[in-house]
Design a protein. Structure first.
Length: 89
């Protein structure tokens, strides 16, 4: 369980760093992004570990990545360019 928690935290931190590097102009403060990634990964690992039980480390890490990515995607802001509406809308 300790290794799953440590692994999910490191995966969440790596995802948050990659998101901050790639989408820095569309995200809020870097500290918030770097805290959200590992927190989401820990929550995802906890939920997945609770649902599957012990002995499913790869699935637990996959659940951690999924929740971390989902939480990081909620932080994205729209781009500054305005979207054009079609004439039929």
């Amino acid at each position: 369980m300790i290794l799953e928690a440590l692994g999910s935290t490191l995966l969440g931190l790596a995802l948050a760093w990659a998101a901050a590097h790639r989408f820095g102009h569309r995200l809020p403060a870097r500290n918030l992004v770097l805290a959200t990634g590992p927190a989401g990964a820990l929550i995802g690992a906890f939920i997945t570990h609770t649902a599957l039980g012990s002995g499913h480390a790869p699935a637990t890490l996959l659940g951690a990545v999924a929740v971390s990515v989902a939480l990081l995607s909620l932080l994205l802001r729209p781009t500054r360019t305005r979207m054009r509406r079609s004439a039929t809308a």
